[in-house]
Design a protein around this ligand. Structure first.
Ligand code: ADP
Ligand code: ZN
Ligand code: ZN
Length: 749
């Protein structure tokens, strides 16, 4: 008999022991079904010990495990170690770390692979590749389209094909009958683990060789330097900060590195922020590496596709894994490099459950695997920048735009105090838009606020429509005739009158994208205007169509939020107008300036990317603010120096390390009381500062009231020691009406 120690998704930081009659060490990492209370749950075998070594549980109480799932290879040791790292670094229960790191399908109470149709995938045979599309009648659109998609090189799984059209499966069967397509099982029940130098899987096809040469530009001098530096040291852990202005061609550097890794037969993990960037990057990667297997993992995928991709990566069958933060937990036996694009982006930090930073976990992962990691950004986080100053990271600079003749945009402020402003738009701004319109160039009006107006206001008594579940105001969505909370999703109808004084004359106050869109339509009736924000791209595929309209010049003016800020390349866009950016200048959040600057640089970077010089206009009441001064000079470094000096004086990260104990309850006093009691059981330490409990910035959220206790230290090690000891005591502290969690390296307060 053996005892297995199992990670289970429960909020207790321990493994649970079960008996199994027969098992070997190779079963560490296998999923297992075990009884838990009155239920059966799925967990992962983390440790195996002979029965004689004894369990912490007396033997008569030990229950036998129900079933081991050996349908896919066990989770590999490096992944288990990554989970163990998250468990100790983030002080989050091991079972929850492990189970939430797995795709949903692998958490279910049944094997993932049972030769179900979902486990099959299809690719073109040689005959299929040579097949003549014109032999298919023109009206058989589905059949033609399927052949074209398969022709792109990547295998398609049955689910994907099925979803594309009701006639797709019959078409597929015809191809199978013709011998144009071959079928593969995605995850055979017993998986061979391919050595890292043979990632080509059972078919043995040399897929990586075919790299399309045609569209590859010669690297600029700076790109070449960056590439050479990294390429010279691919066999050891080394964090690189690739600091390149927008348009400097960071993506091209990634592509060259990936190509190098493909030639070495190793896998690359590419992490991108959580916004509609993955499809674009995926398209770029696929066209550059048509024969490589690329798996894309993001929240838009259905559960089967995600699990299938994950299993492929684990088998070493995916040479490139491209994904958002959750992809950092993808097992990759031949991992040779990690790339984190837009490393400063806060969406790499998970804000619930295991509050991990995918960037930081990726660094641990690279260290563990002994491989380089590249953090790319035009405006690095101050943490990473500081690390490059101290020499922990090596910084590589790209200071000019990659496309010849393209120059960084000229940035100017419009002093909103001295010009006439109608409906949120100043005269100089309208004039600048008109100028672009006249020469047929595109403009972007950026404001980070969707909806029609941020508040609904009663002029008679000053009432403002609140969200009753959050400490926030309801946003006016005029088109939908609704008031919406952007924090909890609550919606309600427009009130007929003020609930306080009965006044019927309620007015939207301030400007959101819908209102600016309407104002622009009035002011520039000849312009073709398109609004791009989370509301307008909600419909499936809407975004794809809109991008096409922009690229094919059917749009003159874009009005949009941060969705537009990142990564998009609009060659004909020459003007970016920024509205409403002043709010972040005086925020209480010490990271607000850093974020605002990053965002403005990013959105400004959309202007003038190809051969048209770009212009950025900031409509502001504070044209002399240092942040705008830095923006005008496109000078990240001096602003970063100023902000770092401020942080040093004030004792903020990266000069100290922080953690929060967060608590939420029905009422704020319950949460605060819990935190006060939590503070009282602390072992005082001279190297760790504990602050008083305070309400969170957003005190009410979704009907719960929230508070936190800040703990900080100049020594990461001391902070960690302290948290480890404290967590044990916290587990015993009564607090039944409170939900608490630890947040290490918090980015939100
Ligand atoms: P970044 O990610 O740094 O903002 P991109 O990688 O998107 O920049 O590159 C900006 C543009 O420059 C893209 O259109 C890209 O195709 C082009 N580009 C990149 N490298 C080169 C190069 N060496 N020569 C010519 N064009 C390049
Ligand atoms: Zn009123
Ligand atoms: Zn709300």
């Amino acid at each position: 008999m053996f005892i297995i120690r199992v990670a289970i998704d429960v909020p207790v930081d321990t493994l649970f022991d079960y008996l199994v009659p027969e098992i070997g060490l190779q079963d560490i990492g296998v999923r297992v079904r075990v009884p838990f209370g009155k239920k059966a749950v799925t967990g992962v075998v983390m440790e195996i010990i002979p029965y004689s070594s004894g369990s912490r549980i007396p033997s008569i109480k030990l229950k036998p495990a129900i079933e081991l799932f050996r349908d896919i290879a066990p989770l590999p040791e490096p992944l288990l170690n990554l989970f163990r790292f998250c468990n100790t670094y983030y002080h989050h229960p091991i079972g929850q770390v492990v189970m939430n790191g797995l795709p949903g399908r692998l958490r279910e109470g049944k094997p993932f692979v049972k030769n179900s149709p979902a486990g099959l995938q299809y690719r073109l045979t040689d005959a299929g590749r040579k097949a003549d599309v014109s032999s298919i009648p023109v009206r058989r659109i589905v059949k033609r389209r399927l052949l074209a998609r398969l022709g792109e090189g990547a295998p398609l799984c049955r689910e994907e094909i099925k979803q594309s059209s009701v006639r797709a499966l019959p078409a597929l069967n015809e191809f199978l009958a013709l011998g144009w397509v071959e079928e593969e099982i995605i995850s055979p029940p017993i998986l061979p683990i391919y050595p890292t130098n043979d990632l080509h899987g059972p078919n043995g096809a040399k897929r990586t060789a075919a790299v399309a040469d045609a569209a590859i530009p010669a690297l600029t001098g700076e790109q070449q330097c960056a590439f050479d530096a990294i390429a010279a040291q691919t066999d050891r852990f080394k964090p690189w900060l690739l600091h390149g202005i927008t348009g400097s061609g960071k993506t091209e550097v990634y592509l060259r590195l990936i190509s190098l890794l493909l030639r070495q037969g190793r896998q690359t993990l590419v992490l991108v922020p959580e916004i509609n960037l993955t499809p674009q990057l995926e398209a770029i990667f696929r066209s550059r590496f048509p024969a490589a297997r690329l798996i894309s993992l993001h929240s838009g995928l259905n559960a089967s596709a995600r699990a299938a991709g994950w299993v492929q990566a684990q088998q070493g069958n995916a040479e490139i894994v491209l994904g958002t933060r959750l992809a950092v937990f993808t097992p990759m036996p031949g991992l040779g490099m990690v790339i984190v694009d837009e490393e400063q982006d806060t969406s790499f930090k998970q804000q619930e459950g295991l509050r991990y930073s995918a960037r930081d976990v990726a660094i641990f992962r690279a260290k563990q695997a002994g491989i380089p990691i590249i953090l790319g950004s035009a405006t690095p986080s101050l943490e990473s920048y500081y690390n490059s100053l101290t020499g922990r990271y090596s910084r590589l600079r790209l200071t000019s735009r990659a496309v010849s003749n393209a120059v960084p945009p000229v940035v100017r402020c419009i002093d909103a105090r001295t010009v006439k402003i109608v409906e949120g738009l100043s005269e100089p701004l309208i004039a600048a838009l008109e100028k672009r319109l006249a020469v047929g160039e595109q403009s972007l009006v950026f404001l980070n606020r969707r909806g029609y107006a941020p508040v609904l206001w009663c002029g008679a008594c000053g009432w403002i429509a609140p969200c009753h579940r959050c400490s926030s105001r309801l946003v006016v969505h005029l088109r939908e005739g609704k008031l919406c909370c952007h924090h909890c999703g609550h919606e309600e109808r427009f009130p007929n009158a003020c609930p306080e004084c009965g006044n019927q004359d309620l007015a939207p106050y301030g400007h959101g994208t819908q209102r600016i869109e309407t104002a622009l339509e009035r002011r520039l009736p000849n312009a073709r205007i398109m609004r791009i924000d989370r509301d307008s791209i909600r419909r499936k595929n809407a975004w794809q169509h809109m991008l096409k309209d922009i690229q094919e010049q059917r749009i003159d003016i874009l009005v949009g939020t941060q969705i537009l800020a990142k990564g998009h390349d609009f060659p004909n866009l020459s003007l970016v107008a920024i509205l409403n950016s002043d709010a972040s200048l005086f925020s209480t959040d010490f990271r607000a300036s850093e974020r605002a600057f990053a965002q403005l640089m990013q959105v400004g970077g959309r202007a003038g990317r190809a051969n048209i010089p770009g212009e950025v206009l900031v409509q502001t009441e504070f044209p002399a603010h240092p942040l705008y001064e830095a923006l005008k000079k496109q000078d990240y470094d001096s602003l970063a120096q100023v902000l770092l000096a401020e942080r040093k004086n004030a004792g903020f990260p990266p000069f100290v390390h922080q953690a929060l104990l967060r608590a939420e309850a029905q009422r704020i006093d319950i949460a605060l009381d819990y935190l006060a009691r939590a503070a009282a059981i602390l072992n005082p330490s001279r190297q760790v500062n504990v602050f008083d409990p305070v309400p969170a910035q957003m005190t009410r959220l979704r009907g719960m009231e929230r508070a936190y206790l800040l703990i900080q230290s100049s020594s990461r090690g001391k902070l960690q020691e302290f948290l480890a000891a404290w967590r044990v005591k916290l587990a015993e502290l009564p607090g039944r009406k409170v939900r608490w969690s630890l947040d290490v390296d918090p980015v939100e307060f």
